[in-house]
Write a protein that binds this ligand. Sequence first.
Ligand code: PLP
Length: 385
Amino acid sequence: MKFPTRLTHSGRDAARQGGFVNPPAWRGSTILFSSLAELQNPPAGYGYGRGGSPGQTALADLMCDLEGGCYCKFTSCGLNAITGTLLALLKAGDHILLPDCIFYPARHFCDTVLARLGVESTYYDPCATETLATLVRPETRLIYTESPGSDTFDIQDIPAIVKIARAHDILTIIDNTWATPLFFRPLEHGVDISIHAATKYITGHSDALLGIVVAGERAAGKLKAAQSALGLCPGSEEIYSALKGLRTLDIRMQKHQENALALTSWLETRPEVQKVLYPALPSFEGHELWKRDFHGASGLFSIVLNPCSREALAAMVDNLDLFGIGWSWGGYESLIVPLQTKGARTVTDRKPDGPLLRIHAGLEDVEDLKADLEKGFERLNNSIS
Ligand SMILES: *Cc1c(COP(=O)(O)O)cnc(C)c1O
């Protein structure tokens, strides 16, 4: 069945919940049993709240269906999905390859906690796939990917990276948050583990923090063993939010994409804008790879403005009516935030020579969004001249 149909029907069983369309938020720690035999061997498969719930099973069924995985688990936030997965798979003496465009807090974890535990990290140019094989060592256990990369949206050649990893019997991970399962299906390209900050588009309303890890057969066993050892577990409301969010993912993502495409094409024509970083634009460096592998583009992109003072930038951004200033993205509302690339990259030297602004195109009317930004550009120009 096609994706929108699966988003609507998969992981749903009204008979399990008295006929109601949606499962409730299964809150609970203790699960009661009628005998010692049941305590030892829970009839419904649930022994204690930390290990899972019918709500988690429903969400796991849906995610595995969407991404073609055989194992799916949840964590308290997206960062925790990344750190928990790395802790599950690595030991002292191991080596890991990470893209220079990695979500910064994940880099911080590798450089501090993983380093302390004796795991060595090497960062690679996300777009230089030819040289990646030369960085592989006998003790390399993982190749981590994030495509498009944080802030600059570098598109990685995932099939080529998987080929290198498989040739060396190395597992691959992707942070698939930007695309969601709707626009990129990494397991179909041979990636072993797909990680989502469901905090973003999957819950979709800026009201929850949740991490999702989906794995194929090569990685499922190790993840399963570590899940209970690490005590990774989500909140019950967040599981409910993710199930609810996924049901409308298709229609939301189509609108985010439509608005982002309209905004980026318009921004490209603005004299104040030096560069627009959005994979769906034909002018973008990784556009052809994106077109080959992805089924769409989400609502998050960056722009590089012409060099200007901090005051001029503030004149533009501080007084926008529709774009909120704030972290995260993937909710229904538009956001704008200036990014600091200093220290965030160690291999690639693609520093923008002007302010880098990350923009999330929400679900508002796009003409209203353009008008808001246009007034912002006017304030910017007035404070320069
Ligand atoms: C936001 C984000 C995360 C972390 O998610 P949290 O739920 O905020 O911890 C991880 N990866 C990417 C690409 C993100 O954008």
